[in-house]
Design a protein around this ligand. Structure first.
Ligand code: MN
Length: 208
């Protein structure tokens, strides 16, 4: 059965950017609910021993498995969201900067594109920095529980733009939350680890 991933930081450690109250509600209520519902849905079906990735692939596009897909996707996306943030400041290393400069122009251009994707996304969803199949970095958004692992994209970071991610702290100001995420919360060490070990298509297209 699936378990709620512990936070990789203490619930008050993202303050003042994200309050302990928001983190507690988001992780202990919203994220936990997806885990509990997924366990109820897959218990006794044989799927409870599969990995989340396999369940997401198996349930994708199947109307009769929509609830399983939604809850598995939300568990995966939240696990990845917590990992995308750091309680202590991190900076993109030289290699990441070279990828971002090549594909977006500059770090600021990357941030602008990510912010536009996150704020322009209508309704609930996620903004992502991903490695595309051609080895380029791209910014995308997905709706509801949709996830880039359900395709040929390799995610590096995500920002949750469901209202529950920011409403206590930022009310309707999603853009301010996303800007804070970009300026203060991204775990660039996690991005480096993702690039270092798990993005073969990117490694084979290194900038000169
Ligand atoms: Mn969420």
């Amino acid at each position: 059965m699936f378990e709620l991933m512990p936070l990789p930081f203490s619930e008050d450690s993202l303050e003042p950017h994200v309050s302990a109250k928001t983190i507690r509600l988001h992780h202990d209520k919203h994220h936990r609910k997806y885990v509990d519902t997924l366990n109820q849905l897959v218990g006794g079906t044989g799927m409870e021993d599969m990995t989340l990735d396999v369940i997401i692939q198996a349930a994708s596009g199947k109307p009769e498995m929509r609830a399983i897909f939604n809850n598995a996707g939300q568990v995966w996306n939240h696990d990845f969201f917590w990992a995308s943030m750091s309680a202590s400041p991190t900076e993109p290393n030289d290699e990441i900067r070279s990828w971002i400069n090549r594909d977006f122009g500059s770090i600021d251009d990357f941030k602008k594109q990510f912010k536009d994707a996150a704020t322009g996304h209508f309704g609930s969803g996620w903004a992502w920095l991903v490695v595309a199949a051609d080895g380029t970095l791209q910014v995308i958004s997905t709706s509801n529980a949709e996830t880039p692992i359900n395709g040929d994209l390799w995610p590096l970071i995500t920002c949750d733009v469901w209202e529950h991610a920011y409403y206590w702290d930022y009310q309707n100001r999603r853009a301010d939350f996303v800007q804070t995420f970009l300026d203060h919360l991204i775990n660039w060490d996690f991005v480096a680890a993702r690039l270092e070990t798990e993005a073969p298509q990117l490694r084979s297209s290194a900038p000169a």
